[in-house]
Every structure is written in C-alpha cells, then in structure tokens.
Design a protein around this ligand. Structure first.
Ligand SMILES: CC(C)(COP(=O)(O)OP(=O)(O)OC[C@H]1O[C@@H](n2cnc3c(N)ncnc32)[C@H](O)[C@@H]1OP(=O)(O)O)[C@@H](O)C(=O)NCCC(=O)NCCS
Length: 174
C-alpha cells in the first residue's frame, strides 16, 4: 500500500466505502449512524482543519500499482496525557486480511517514533474486534488494560495497548 496525506478529493471514496456496518461497528460512538449523505464531507472538513492546526495527522491508504484512489484511512495524534488512544484506522472490507493495515500501521508508527520522536503510542480496539487487536499484537504492542467504551454498535469492553518507542525500535530488523 501507499500512504499519502488525506485530501478533499478523497471525500467521494470515503462516502462510498465507509458507511458499511462491518466498518463502523467497532468505531467510537461519535460516528453518526445511519451515516448521512454529507457524512464524509462533514468529517473531511473537520479532519483537514485539525491537520491544519497541527492537532492530528490523516493519511489516505491507496494501493500500490493502483490509481491513487483512497481505499482506507489511518489517523495519528499525540497522547494528551489522559485519553489512552492515539491512532485510528479503517479499510475497505473487500481488502481485509491481506496485511494492508499492518503495513500502514508500521509506516505510521515509524513516523511517530523516528520522525516525530514520540515516546509511546496508545492503541485501542473493542475486544470483539479481533482483526484490529491482531494488528496491535503483530506490532509488538503490550496489552495494558481492558475498559468499557461506547461504540457505534453499543457499549463493550475495549483493549488498551501501549507500544513504546524503545520496544518498537528493538524489534526492527537491523
Ligand atoms: C481492523 C482492520 C483495519 C484490519 O485491516 P486488515 O488490512 O485486514 O489487517 P491485516 O490484514 O494487516 O491484519 C489483520 C489480522 O487479523 C487477523 N484477523 C482478522 N479477522 C480475524 C478474526 N475474526 N479472528 C482472528 N483473527 C482475525 C488476520 O488474520 C490478520 O492476522 P494475521 O496476519 O496473523 O493472519 C479492518 O478489519 C477494518 O477496517 N475494520 C473496520 C474498521 C475498524 O474496526 N477499525 C479499527 C477500530 S479499533
């Protein structure tokens, strides 16, 4: 996959792919559901404003050898000292299970630790969201807590993972 900064021209692809139950089910309850016709446009405006203020990073996931169309998104933001959650991601279900999000997560983690020099990331997923949890496991994150969270699909236990810069760098091949 190729990551590039999210752009306003990605709105159409987001509106086409994102509003699917298997995509939103285990996302935070703030995601509107049923998804409105202007949902992607509203969210895009918020994302681009947050990025312009330097608060969050947003990347479009595209396919290597493809036509640069967004097939998913990965987001990164700094730990505020309170909410243990610093990354989000989703992918077109037609592309699940090929290692794409693990590849995207590794690229974004390298950016956080090597370029930005952040000391740690906090990562979360619903316990039932096995694929998302597996991405954290594959990255070498440490499960540190399970606590309730509100999801689009209802309240449920959430795994909280910590991935430290030191641990991640130590796992990298020389
Ligand atoms: C979570 C998500 C991003 C994973 O994307 P992906 O590209 O399929 O992830 P990868 O292929 O890199 O890795 C997924 C891993 O989970 C495993 N997995 C997926 N579903 C699983 C299941 N039901 N049970 C056990 N393992 C599962 C895969 O086998 C793979 O592990 P492996 O490489 O050891 O075989 C994707 O499922 C998604 O977009 N979900 C909807 C949005 C979402 O929930 N986002 C996360 C919110 S915390």
């Amino acid at each position: 996959m190729i990551l590039r900064p999210l752009e306003a021209r990605d709105t159409e692809a987001v509106q086409r792919i994102f509003p699917q139950w298997e995509v939103v089910r285990w996302l935070h309850a703030g995601v509107p559901w049923p998804y409105p016709a202007d949902g992607a446009a509203t969210n895009m405006a918020q994302c681009l404003a947050q990025r312009a203020r330097g608060e969050k990073f947003y990347w479009a996931i595209t396919l290597k050898g493809g036509d640069d169309t967004l097939v998913g998104r990965i987001d990164l933001w700094p730990f505020d000292g309170v909410v243990r959650d610093t990354r989000g991601f989703w992918l077109d279900p037609a592309l699940w299970g090929q290692g794409l999000m693990t590849e995207a997560a590794e690229a974004v983690t390298a950016y956080a630790f090597e370029t930005l020099g952040w000391p740690e990331l906090y990562l979360t997923n619903a316990v039932e969201n096995l694929g998302s949890g597996r991405v954290k496991e594959k990255q070498g994150a440490e499960l540190i807590a399970v606590e309730p969270r509100d999801y689009v699909g209802g309240n449920g236990p959430s795994q909280i993972w910590r991935l430290t810069r030191a641990a991640w760098l130590a796992r990298r091949p020389a």
